[in-house]
Write a protein that binds this ligand. Structure first.
Ligand code: FES
Length: 161
């Protein structure tokens, strides 16, 4: 069975709603929507994979966005992407670290081309980025995260004493 225009008009807003609420569309939601709309899960997967806006896996706690638009590309965005992927240990097309801390997203254009190349880490936008600057931004978060973990671990141990 293929998804009719009518089914699709109900399906896409529902999937968008799930995505907004959860940051991705989990398997359980697909099953539930399938039952609700009487559309097969494979048809829903077809829609999810057709539209780039949908994610099937959770996003990391920290989001790194690197522009790969023309201006940024010309100014070295591919080298920045390589540096960040290496720093985060991302490979084989994966965009999220195994520990779920970081998601790397390659974006078309932030509309700040005069600052090219541009990278955004969470809410922090940086222009004229270099591979070294990009690595430092990522390391700073990893360091802060490690510090936070150590403090909460110590607090947990003190409570248990
Ligand atoms: S091309 Fe990168 S901000 Fe426009």
């Amino acid at each position: 069975m293929t998804v009719s225009t009518q089914d699709r008009s109900a399906l896409i807003p529902l999937l968008q709603q799930v995505q907004v609420e959860m940051g991705y569309v989990p398997r359980e939601a697909i099953t539930e929507i399938s039952r609700e709309l009487r559309v097969s899960t494979s048809d829903i997967f077809g829609v999810l994979t057709f539209y780039a806006q949908f994610r099937l896996t959770p996003v990391g706690r920290h989001q790194v966005k690197i522009c790969q638009g023309t201006a940024c590309h010309v100014q070295g965005a591919p080298l920045i992407i390589d540096a960040v992927e290496e720093e985060l240990g991302l490979g084989d097309g994966g965009d999220t670290t195994e520990d779920g801390e970081f998601t790397l997203e390659k974006v078309a254009c932030f509309g700040a081309c005069s600052l090219a190349p541009v990278m955004i880490v969470d809410e922090d936008t940086k222009g004229n980025i270099t591979p070294d600057k990009a690595r430092r931004m990522v390391r700073k978060i990893i360091k802060a995260q490690a510090k936070k973990s150590a403090v909460s671990k110590n607090n947990g141990e003190m409570k248990n004493e």
